[in-house]
Ligand binder design. Sequence first.
Ligand code: ZN
Length: 644
Amino acid sequence: MEKRACAERRDFFVVEEFGDIRILRYEVPAFERLPLREKLFVYYLSRAALAGRDILWDQNNRYNLRIRKALERILTRYRGERTGREFESFLLYAKQIFFANGIHHHYSMDKFSPGFSPAYLKSLLEAVGAGEEYPDLERIVFDPGYMPKRVVLGGATDLLAASANNYYAGVTQPAAEAFYRQKLREQGGRPVAVGLNSTLVMHQGQLTEEVWHAGGKYGKEISKIAAYLEKAREYAWDNLQQEVTDLLVAYYRSGDLSLFDAYSIAWLKEQQAPVDFINGFIEVYGDPLAYKGSWESVVEITDKEACRRTEILAENALWFERQAPVEERFKKREIVGVTARVMQVAMLGGDCYPATPIGINLPNSEWIREVYGSKSVTFDNITYSCHQASLGNGLLEEFAFSDEELALHRKYGYESGNIHTDLHECLGHGSGKMLSGVTPDCLKSYYSTLEETRADLFALYYIADEKLLKLGVVSAPEVGKCEYNSYIRNGLMTQLTRIQPGGDLEESHMRNRQLIASWVYEKGGKTGVIERVVRDGKTFFVIRDYPALRALFGELLGEVQRIKSEGDYEAARQLIEGYGVKVDRELHAEVLERYAALGIPPYAGFLNPEYTLIKKNGRPVDVRISYPDSFLRQMLAYGEESGR
Ligand code: ZN
C-alpha cells in the first residue's frame, strides 16, 4: 500500500460521525491490479450485491421500506428551511435509519426515537406531497411501545410476537416450532436449511411458506440479482466458478434449498479464483428461532501478498509445533496447516452494509462443514481502515504509557495485529492434540475460552520469535514488542470499555484476553516483568522485560495445552474463573471514565466505492473505481437505484 502522511490518511478513512456511529471508507488497491476480465466480474457482482437491498429492509420490519421512501422523498424534494433544531433531528433520524437498514438499531435492536415532533413530520410529508402517508406512519415512528425491538431472544412468552421483524405473519412461536420440527423430521441425514428462504404465514387456518425466489416473494429483486449474476458469469475465472454462479442462479430462480447446498459445496471448493463472492440468504441472527436468512452480499478480491504470508506459516507448521513449549506427548506428529484466505472487500451489500464483518467463515450448514469443511476469509482492507481511523482518535494516547509505545504502535500496530491473527488462526487452533479418550465436552462450558486462550498464547509466543523474521513474515523485531504492548493494554484495560459498570466478562475472547494478561501480570509481578504505574491519577501497565514476558506466555501455553490434552476440567475452571471473569471494579470505573472523555462513537460502518463501466463502441474497455465522500448521497443513490 502506498505510504502517505498519517493525518492525511486518517482524513481519507473517516468520513463523518453521527449519533453513536462513525462512517469510514475502505480502499481496494487490489482492484487496480486486476485485468479487465476480472474487473468486469467485480463490476457485475457489485451490481448483484446492491440489487437485494430492499429485501433486507423488508425482512427487518414491514414498515421499513415505506418509511425509507418517505425519508428519501423529503430529503430530495423538501424546499423549506433546512436548518434549525428540528430539521437537524430529522436528519439524524434519517441517517440512523439508513445505517441500521430500518427503524431499529443494528446492534441493540431497539427502535430509534425521533427528536422531532409528530406535527413536524406531518408538515414535511405534506410539503413534499406525501401527506397521505402520515396517518399510517405516526404510530410506528412515534409510539415507543409499538414494535419496540427488532429481535427478542428471551424473557418473552412468545418470541415471534415480541420481535418486530417480518419473517412470520400471524404465526405463534409454538406453531412455527412445530411446523419446522415436522419439516426437519422429513429430512434425511443431509438436511437442507428448512425455513431459510421463506416467510411463514398463517393463511385461512393453514401454515404456508411464501418462498423467496424469482417467481415468488421478493421476485422483482431476486430476478434482478440473478440477471446480474448471469452477466457476471461471462467473466468467471474458471469452470468451477461458472458452476458456482450457475447453481446460485438456479437456486434464486427456483427457491430449491437443495440447490443452495449444491452451490455452497461448489463455493467451498473454489479456492483459486482471484475474485470471490457471497450472495444470498445467509445468517439467521435476525430470527429469534434461527431459521430465516437475512439477505447479504460481499464481493472480495484476493490479497496475494497477504495470502503468501499465511501460506508460509502453513508450510512451516510442523517446525512451530516441534518448537512449542509444550510437553512432547501433547504435540501433533503431522500438521495440516489451515490456509485462511486474506481478501480485500470490493463491495458490501444487504446485511453486511454499512456495518461490516471483518471476516467470514461459511457455509453454516453443519453437515456440509463435517463432510466438506468450511472456507475462512478475512477482510484486511476493512481492518486496515479501522486501524487508520483509530490513529489519532485519542484512545491510544490515553492508555499508552510512553511516546515510545505510541510510536511503536503507529509504525507496527497494523502489521502486528494481522500477524497475531494469522498465527492464531493458521497455527494456534490447529496445534496440539488431545490424549486418547479425551473430548472437547470434558471441559464443558470452559472449552471455547480455553481454546481461544491456547490459540492466542501460541500467537504471542511465536510473534517474538526470530523465525518469523527469517521467514520474512514480519518486517522488524519490534513487531513482537508492539504486539505485547497492545495485548497487555487491551487485556487489562481498554477491552473493559465494552462492559457495563458492575458487569463481568462473558464473551470467550474477552475472557481469554484478560486471563492471559492478568496471569502474566501476576506471575511476573514480583520480578518486575510488568509494572503497574499510576501517573497523575491514571493507571498504566508497563512492560519492563520483554524476553521474560515471552517466557511467561510460553509457560502458560504449556499449562493450557496440558489442560486441553488431558481434559482437566477443574484446572480449566480455576484458571478461567480466577483470571478471566471478574473485573477489577475500581480499575474498570477509571477506564470507563477516561474512555467517555474521549467521545469516540462505539460503532463503525463503511461507505462503498463506486464502479463505473467505461464503454467504447458499445464494448466495455475499463471499469473505474472511485471513493464517494457523503454517506447520505450514497444512501439516496441506492434508494433511487431500487426504484428503477
Ligand atoms: Zn480463535
